[in-house]
Design a protein around this ligand. Structure first.
Ligand code: PGA
Length: 254
């Protein structure tokens, strides 16, 4: 079975003191309640706090970035390169989060370039995909998500694809309190796995597919019980230590 993964996306939240409290509490909760062999845990703080959080988290919690620049070091004011993220201690990076797609110009093509840049630097790309409410209501969710996936991974070899983590995050469920039902999520996860199987059967068995979108301490277990849901990408609930630990526990117990 694929090992569960729970990733906390802090988005643009945090201050040094609050981060320190949150990470300390999460570490204590994980220690007391979660078998580290059963679940990998990661957090994605704002870049300016990566160093701080890395120092606090030690080896227990992986630390990633919420974005990267698709280009190498140079004249790109305000951006961060894959090399800088690695240097700061990251081992993963979120790519194509819907907030970046809708507000910061991350087109499917840019997302593909960012995936390549991450892989080249040995960072795990956490590739975020998801349909809008309109697309879901018109019955296009599966096709939209599969198309985002195909463009983002075009030209990648099997070995590179095997290093991806995928996060299915329906846009209508992010930060809205409206979670996809376990059945809705499972349907898309299974579809994505069938896309992976088209490349290679073993790949489909290996790659972890996370669910994200109003996943919380109450609904996590039900979502993670689905055959193709391997954990979660958690926004709001990752800022509350008890809730985040409970979600990690649910993932580990699945
Ligand atoms: P949410 O966010 O859990 O607050 O809905 C998830 C995400 O955007 O990654």
């Amino acid at each position: 079975m694929r090992k569960a993964l729970v990733a906390g996306n802090w988005k643009m939240n945090g201050r040094a003191e609050a981060n320190s409290e949150l990470v300390t509490q999460v570490l204590a909760g994980l220690d007391a309640q979660v078998d580290s062999d059963s679940v990998d845990v990661m957090v994605f703080p704002p870049s300016i706090f990566i160093h701080q959080v890395k120092g606090l988290a030690g080896d227990k919690i992986g630390v990633g970035a919420q974005n990267l620049c698709e280009f190498g070091d140079g004249a790109f004011t305000g951006e961060l390169s894959s090399g800088m993220l690695v240097d700061a201690g990251c081992n993963a990076v979120l790519i194509g989060h819907s907030e970046r797609r809708s507000m910061f110009g991350d087109t499917d093509e840019r997302v593909a370039a960012k995936v390549k840049a991450a892989l080249a630097a040995d960072l795990t790309p956490v590739l975020c995909l998801g349909e809008s409410l309109e697309q879901r209501d018109s019955g296009d969710a599966l096709e939209v998500v599969a198309e985002q996936f195909r463009i983002a991974t075009e030209g990648l070899g099997e070995e590179q694809m095997a290093r991806l983590v995928i996060a299915y995050e329906p846009v209508w469920a992010i930060g809205t309190g409206r979670t996809a039902t376990p059945e809705q999520a499972q349907e898309v996860h299974a579809h994505l796995r069938s896309e992976l199987a088209k490349v290679e059967a073993e790949l489909a068995a290996k790659v972890r597919i996370l669910y994200g979108g109003s996943c919380n301490a109450k609904n996590a277990a039900e979502l993670f019980a689905q055959a193709d849901i391997d954990g979660g990408l958690i926004g709001g609930a990752s800022l509350k230590a008890n809730d985040f630990v409970a979600i990690c526990q649910a993932a580990g117990a699945r």
